[in-house]
Design a protein around this ligand. Structure first.
Ligand code: ATP
Ligand code: MG
Length: 258
């Protein structure tokens, strides 16, 4: 892990986002270093998902920029103006960024193995044999080697989410975005998904995670970012922000943490 590398791998600079007249993101600055685990926290409606979606250009932005490893995400700059990136280049950028959502979005008509091997074959041009060998390794890693030929509907929510994580990993991403990956799960299934994420973190994966799991954030993340009404209310090293919040929004938010 080299999260002591001072150069940010991901930089979000002055990002604003409007939906019609609604000013949803109001000037967000945030950086993530390689190997760093950053949790985005905040109340419902504070803009967490919208912000996460700007990172892989699922959400066009009104102002500001998102830079991954030195390259503008989603746009190209010419003569001081930003233009949308051509679809092919956008796809290349997105292949570097994994995304795991609250709802697993597995393809229901495909087996677990097919779900995991599809994108590596299509996008990375892996052979079926290579993609399947990699998928089996990843299934082993998330504890589901025996489910390769199962269909998603026959799996629990926790198992489906672990498949979704394996599917994201199969693209060998350099950064993974998680949007409330455990929010749709029954409480007894949350731990197995957080366990896989914890393991990824310890292996040095760069992760940007929207979560309501404050204990997980406290135990696993290097940095937390508290969003409040479209702004970063407070951010910094996890232990510092969570044990001694400075701003009123953060004090209120973390007062529920035991
Ligand atoms: N497609 C959209 N069109 C218009 N407004 C939207 C759209 N998506 C989100 N919003 C608004 O943007 C604000 C922020 O939404 P966002 O989903 O980013 O919040 P969040 O922090 O992820 O909340 P939650 O914890 O409930 O997931 C909300 O007020 C929401 O209503
Ligand atoms: Mg959300």
């Amino acid at each position: 892990m080299n999260h002591n590398d001072p150069t940010p791998f991901l930089r979000i600079e002055g990002v604003h986002k409007f939906y019609g007249a609604d000013h949803i993101l109001r000037g967000i600055d945030l950086s993530v270093r390689r190997g760093e685990v950053v949790c985005i926290l905040g109340r419902s409606g504070s803009g967490k998902s919208t912000l996460l979606r700007t990172v892989n250009a699922l959400e066009p932005i009104t102002a500001g920029r998102v830079i991954l490893d030195g390259s503008l995400i989603g746009y190209i700059e010419k003569g001081g103006c930003l233009y949308h990136l051509p679809a092919e280049e956008l796809a290349r950028q997105r292949a570097r960024i994994g995304m795991v959502f609250q709802h697993f979005n597995l393809f229901p008509h495909m087996t677990v193995l097919e779900n995991i091997t599809m994108a590596p074959q299509l996008v990375l041009k892996q052979t079926r044999k290579a993609a399947e060998a990699q998928a089996m390794e990843l299934l082993e890693k998330v504890g589901l080697a025996d489910k390769a030929y199962a269909y998603p509907a026959s799996l629990s929510g926790g198992q489906q989410q672990r498949v979704a994580i394996a599917r994201a990993l199969a693209m060998r991403p350099e950064l993974i975005l998680f949007d409330e990956p455990t929010s749709a799960l029954d409480p007894e299934l949350v731990g197995e998904v957080l366990g896989v994420m914890r393991q990824l973190a310890s292996e040095g994966m760069t992760m940007l995670i929207v979560t309501h799991e404050l204990r997980f954030a406290r135990d696993v993340s290097h940095k937390v970012v508290l969003m409040h009404e479209g702004r970063v209310a407070e951010s910094g090293p996890t232990s510092k922000v969570m044990s001694a919040p400075r701003t009123p929004a953060a004090k209120t938010f973390f007062s529920t943490l035991t």
